[in-house]
Ligand binder design. Structure first.
Ligand SMILES: Cc1cc2nc3c(=O)[nH]c(=O)nc-3n(C[C@H](O)[C@H](O)[C@H](O)COP(=O)(O)OP(=O)(O)OC[C@H]3O[C@@H](n4cnc5c(N)ncnc54)[C@H](O)[C@@H]3O)c2cc1C
Length: 371
């Protein structure tokens, strides 16, 4: 026999678990269920972003590393930023999600370890068919990862956390993008988080339409380590992922969509952490006021600017590295952090736009306007 709930949350990642947590703290008399096949402790990932003091404090128990500086590098430039108001920090996803999961378990929120196969809307109820059971709910929030289409723009990556034989020279600074890497398969950069002088996370990231085999990224990482005169002793963990850089159009979806599936990932950067938390905060406020719709967290202006940027990248590969270098050069550390956190004001946008090559941007803007 199927069970009935007021709210069913499909997927217990950052969006799903945070929504469940906020609902337990709200006034709404909601009977909630979270359907998630994997326990939080098994979700190994590094979630990084810029954080202000308040956010660092709030997430302190799951923060794995904090850095004052970050660098963007190509053959001719090393641009190093630091900010008065923001630091770059890495959250241990398994720890962060486990804390929320334990909070929910302590409050008797039901977490069903199952995989959803189908969600259908029937009159005012939604039916969720899982592998082992069926759930009925008045409202469903779906946070399963969005579908990644084969020939679409994506950010794909593979990284390893390693113990080194030799020490890292500069472990105060994160390498956000080191473009001194093979550029033949798309825009490619190495990302490195030095946790201390003997432990580093190194990732090879490509922005293109086609995913590479794991061995390819690994070869790129090893090449980069050799160029830095770093030799690794042991691989502690690995991480890989694919983030769609295509707009998630949810305007006609019958089922509410949240998190990355609900358009909370920044299209030009792949960063999602703060957008998701903001989306869930606003949604739970809506639910408290009896409005079950998911609010937009990104303005149309921001979405369109990111779409234009991505199209310039894909259609002008020879300009790609230079675009990031010019953007980084045009901004101070504070401005760069605000730009990445969707907090850029008019002045910051003007600075970025002024440094961009005008013809390809104008061409792609017109194409998007006509679409
Ligand atoms: C490896 C990786 C690293 C990332 N690093 C960063 C970063 O550093 N900074 C940043 O801002 N963003 C990062 N991102 C973007 C990332 O997508 C978000 O930060 C965040 O994890 C998305 O949260 P979410 O809740 O939308 O989705 P997810 O966290 O992906 O949660 C979706 C959940 O749905 C569950 N699920 C899947 N299928 C089913 C099913 N059939 N039935 C039920 N449940 C299902 C999954 O198990 C998962 O727990 C990263 C993404 C990946 C993949």
């Amino acid at each position: 026999m199927s069970k009935n709930y007021d709210i069913a949350i499909v997927g217990g990642g950052n969006a799903g678990l945070n929504l469940a947590k906020r609902l337990t703290q709200s006034n709404a008399p909601n009977k909630i269920i979270v359907i998630e096949p994997i326990a939080a402790i098994n979700k190994q990932a590094n979630w990084c972003s810029w954080h202000n003091e308040e956010s660092l404090k709030k997430n302190s128990s799951s923060i794995k590393g904090i850095w004052d500086k970050w660098r963007i590098i190509d053959q001719n430039n090393v641009i190093e930023h630091s900010s008065l108001h923001y630091k770059y920090a890495c959250i241990d996803a398994a720890k962060y999600l486990s804390e929320i999961e334990n909070f929910l378990i302590a409050r008797d929120v039901e977490i069903l370890r199952d995989k959803v196969q189908l969600i259908s809307a029937k009159d005012n109820k939604k039916e969720i068919i899982c592998e082992s059971t069926t759930i009925n709910a008045t409202h469903v929030y779906d946070s399963r990862p969005p579908e990644i289409k084969e020939n679409s723009l994506k950010q794909h990556f593979y990284g390893i956390e390693i113990e080194l034989e030799s020490g890292v020279k500069n472990h105060e600074s994160v390498t956000l993008m080191d473009f001194r890497a093979d550029q033949r398969s798309g825009l490619h950069f190495i990302y490195a988080l030095p946790f201390n002088d003997s432990r580093i996370f190194v990732e090879s990231t490509v922005i293109s339409e086609n995913i590479k085999p794991k061995s390819w990224y690994k070869k790129m990482i090893i090449q980069w380590l050799e160029n830095q005169n770093l030799t690794y002793k042991t691989i502690i963990s690995e991480e890989n992922g694919v983030i769609s850089q295509v707009l998630q159009d949810n305007r006609h979806a019958k089922i509410h969509q949240i998190g990355s599936r609900g358009g909370a990932t920044r299209l030009a950067s792949g960063y999602a952490f703060h957008n998701i938390n903001n989306q869930i905060k606003l949604l739970s406020e809506n639910i408290d006021a009896n409005n079950y719709n998911v609010p937009d967290v990104m303005s149309n202006f921001l979405i369109n600017m990111d779409l234009i940027f991505n199209r310039v990248l894909i259609n002008n590969p020879s300009l790609s590295v230079d675009l990031f270098i010019k953007m980084a050069k045009s901004l101070s550390g504070d401005q760069f952090s605000e730009f990445m956190l969707n907090k850029a004001n008019f002045k910051i946008w003007c600075k970025v736009i002024m440094r961009m090559p005008k013809t390809p941007f104008l061409k792609e803007s017109i194409k998007i306007f006509l679409d």
